[in-house]
Ligand binder design. Structure first.
Ligand code: HEM
Length: 157
């Protein structure tokens, strides 16, 4: 289940379900880096961009690597604790997503129960195009072939 959680986090790092999100200032304010914000200004944070920043994720930031979510020391196979300010897919701070734990449970449950029974393969080789609307979409959807797995866990068609 840890590897599944790491894979889900890695998927959401590269393709966050809420790729960008905005707030409007109620009062004049100053951000921690000194940027001043005036009352009524809109401030947007951009999880899609942050998930691809070399400064945050390293040179291999475009690679899908679930192992980056595990401890790096020796044979420690436990998941790392990653700051929501580095990985803000559920936002961070006082207005963090209240359903994030439930969302993780649901995603793990759906993926584990479907992949145990079915093999799913994309129909086309080309990489799906990501449409970063307020919530994430794929341009034209993702066409897949679904085969029931046999008792050995292999696709049977
Ligand atoms: C992968 C799934 C999910 C993602 C990526 C996600 C992401 C987010 C994000 C980015 C926000 C902040 C929105 C804002 O700026 O106002 C948010 C807020 C919220 N989410 Fe989720 N969410 C997910 C699933 C869920 C689920 C399953 C629930 C409920 C069971 C839920 C309940 C909420 C609530 C109540 C808030 C408002 C929190 C507040 O403003 O204080 N979310 N979510």
């Amino acid at each position: 289940m840890d590897f599944l959680k790491a894979s889900l986090c890695e998927s959401m790092r590269l393709y966050p379900p809420v790729p960008w999100d905005s707030k409007h200032a109620m009062f004049d304010d100053v951000l921690p880096d000194g940027t001043s914000v005036r009352k009524g200004d809109r401030v947007t944070y951009f999880p899609y961009g942050m998930g691809r920043m070399e400064k945050l994720w390293g040179k291999d930031r475009f690679e899908f690597r679930p192992d980056r979510w595990f401890q790096e020391t020796g044979s420690d196979q436990t998941l790392k604790s990653v700051s929501p300010y580095k990985f803000p897919v559920f936002q961070a701070g006082p207005r963090v997503c209240l359903g994030k734990e439930m969302a993780m449970i649901q995603m793990k449950y759906v993926v584990a129960s479907i992949l145990r029974r079915f093999e799913i393969k994309p129909v086309f080789d080309n990489e799906p195009a990501f449409a970063p609307l307020l919530t994430a979409h794929m341009v034209g959807g993702l066409k897949v072939m679904v085969n029931r797995r046999n008792a050995n866990g292999d696709g049977d068609i």
